[in-house]
Design a protein around this ligand. Structure first.
Ligand SMILES: NC(=O)c1ccc[n+]([C@@H]2O[C@H](COP(=O)([O-])OP(=O)(O)OC[C@H]3O[C@@H](n4cnc5c(N)ncnc54)[C@H](O)[C@@H]3O)[C@@H](O)[C@H]2O)c1
Length: 337
C-alpha cells in the first residue's frame, strides 16, 4: 500500500476541498489514472481509495502492455454547486501540472470528458477531452470492445471455443460500458440475461431480446458467464457459494470483496478473469488515439490483444496451479520489476 512514489494531499486553494493525487509508479513511464470526484465520510477514506486505485492502475497499465505506470486523483466532494465543482477541478489540474508530466489524468467515477476540459485549463496532462476539444472523448466504447475480447478468451479457456454465439451471459449494469457490452454480445448471437437498478434501462433488454431480471437473480443466474458491469465488491464469499455460472468476467472495478475471494472462486471451479485486465480497453484506446495517433484498425488490434493477455494469464495460472488473480499479479510484477 505504501509503495507509492508520491502522494500529494492538499486543501484546494480555489475550492477549499481536499485534493489527493497519488502516483504509485512511473517505472514503465508516466503514470495514468482517472480523476474521481466523490463524497466520502471523511477525507482519509478518499486517500485510501487513491492509494488502492493508483496501485491497481500500475497493474492495469503493465498488463495492457502500456509504457505507463499508475496514478489516481481523488477530489473529496460533494461538489454539487457548479462553481465549487469548477474550482475543485481547477485545483486538481494545478496539482497535476506541478508533477510536470509524471502523471496524467482522465475521467473516473463522478467526472466525464467535459470535466477534462476544465482540468485542462490548468494542465496539459489530461486525457479524454471531448473529440471537439481535441481529445479522444468517452473511453467506455473502448472498454466495452476490450471486455468482449476478454469474454472470447474466457469462453475459449472454459468451454474450448471462443465463439459467443449460443453462449449465455448475465450482464449486471447496463450503463455506458455494460449497455454496449450487452449490445455487442447480442450482435454476436449470445443469449442474454440483463439487469440494472435503473428501470429506465429495461427497454434495452426488450430491444436486444434479453431476459430482464433483478440484480440478485442475475448474479446467481444459471448462465455460462456472469459479467459484472456496475459497482465493485459484488463477489463476496456468500455470493461465490451461490453462483451457478462457469465463469465471471466483466469491466466493473474491484469485483472481489477481498483478494482471498479469488481462492473461493478457484476452489469452486469458477473461472474469474481479473477485472483490471478485462477493463483495460478505456486506457488502451485513449492512449492509442491521443499518444500514438493510431488508426482505427490499430486501436482495434490493441483492444483485441486484451484477449491474448488474458489467455496468457489463464495458461500461467493452470501451469503454476494458482488463481488467475495471482497469475496476473505475477505477470505485472515481472513487467514492472
Ligand atoms: N467507463 C469506462 O471506460 C470504464 C473503464 C474501466 C472500468 N470501468 C468500470 O466499469 C463499471 C461500469 O462503468 P460505466 O462507465 O458503465 O458506469 P455507468 O455509471 O455508466 O454504469 C453503471 C450502471 O450500473 C448500474 N448499477 C448501479 N448499481 C447497480 C447494482 N447494484 N446492480 C445493477 N446495476 C447497478 C447503474 O444504474 C448504471 O446504469 C464501473 O465499475 C467502472 O469503474 C469503466
Amino acid at each position: 500500500m505504501f509503495s507509492h512514489e508520491r502522494i500529494i494531499v492538499r486543501r484546494g486553494p480555489e475550492s477549499g476541498l481536499p485534493i489527493i493525487v497519488a502516483v504509485h509508479s512511473t517505472k514503465l513511464g508516466p503514470a495514468l489514472g482517472g480523476c474521481r470526484l466523490k463524497a466520502y465520510g471523511q477525507w482519509q477514506d478518499g486517500l485510501t481509495d487513491a492509494l488502492r486505485l493508483s496501485a491497481a492502475m500500475t497493474d492495469k497499465c503493465a498488463l495492457a502492455g502500456l509504457p505507463n505506470g499508475g496514478g489516481k486523483t481523488v477530489i473529496v466532494g460533494p461538489a454539487t454547486d457548479p462553481g465549487l465543482r469548477e474550482a475543485a477541478l481547477h485545483d486538481a489540474g494545478t496539482v497535476i501540472e506541478e508533477l510536470g508530466g509524471r502523471y496524467a489524468t482522465g475521467p473516473d467515477v463522478g467526472t466525464g470528458p467535459d470535466d477534462m476540459v476544465t482540468i485542462g485549463r490548468r494542465t496539459s496532462h489530461v486525457f479524454c477531452r471531448p473529440v471537439g476539444a481535441g481529445g479522444s472523448g468517452d473511453s467506455s466504447p473502448g472498454t466495452a470492445v476490450g471486455t468482449v475480447a476478454a469474454l472470447r478468451a474466457v469462453c475459449a479457456a472454459r468451454f474450448g471455443s471462443a465463439a459467443l454465439a449460443g453462449r449465455c451471459f448475465a450482464v449486471i449494469g447496463l450503463g455506458r460500458v455494460g449497455g454496449r457490452v450487452a449490445r455487442l454480445l447480442a450482435e454476436a448471437g449470445a443469449k442474454l440475461v440483463v439487469t440494472d437498478v435503473d428501470p429506465a434501462l429495461r427497454p434495452l433488454a426488450d430491444e436486444l431480446g434479453a431476459t430482464w431480471t433483478t440484480p440478485d437473480e442475475a448474479l446467481t443466474a444459471d448462465v455460462d458467464v456472469v459479467v459484472p458491469a456496475a459497482l465493485g465488491g459484488v463477489l463476496t464469499p456468500a455470493v461465490v457459494t451461490a453462483l451457478r455460472c462457469a465463469a465471471v468476467a466483466g469491466p466493473a472495478n474491484n469485483q472481489l470483496d477481498t483478494p482471498a475471494t479469488a481462492d473461493l472462486l478457484h476452489a469452486r471451479g469458477i473461472l474469474w478473469a481479473p477485472d483490471y485486465v478485462v477493463s483495460a480497453g478505456g486506457v488502451i484506446s485513449a492512449t492509442a488515439v491521443e499518444l500514438h495517433h493510431d488508426t482505427p484498425a490499430q486501436v482495434a488490434a490493441r483492444l483485441d490483444a486484451i484477449g491474448t493477455t488474458l489467455t496468457t494469464v489463464f495458461t500461467n495460472a493452470e501451469r503454476d496451479h494458482i488463481t488467475p488473480g495471482a497469475a496476473a499479479h505475477h505477470l505485472s510484477r515481472a513487467r514492472v520489476g
